[in-house]
Design a protein around this ligand. Structure first.
Ligand code: ZN
Length: 70
């Protein structure tokens, strides 16, 4: 999901996204069912993104347990 429903006036709690939502991320473990907004981790990755290698200096981690996130 790309968040277009919410950005166009639909109540977020009324939109069902069975295949996930790119606007949210979650713990890979998972330690919780909670999700968080993706924008801050995407902006952090872009700030260190190297166009020559395609690598970024940041790896997102879970705000709750510190494990890797997807
Ligand atoms: Zn976690």
């Amino acid at each position: 999901m790309d968040g277009l429903f919410a950005r166009n006036g639909f109540a977020e709690d009324r939109v069902w996204t069975p295949q996930g939502d790119y606007g949210r991320y979650q713990c890979e473990t998972p330690c919780t069912r909670e999700t968080w907004p993706s924008r801050p981790i995407v902006e952090a990755a872009l700030a260190t993104y190297d166009v020559l290698t395609g690598e970024s200096g940041t790896v997102p981690s879970c705000p709750r347990c510190g494990e890797r996130c997807s």
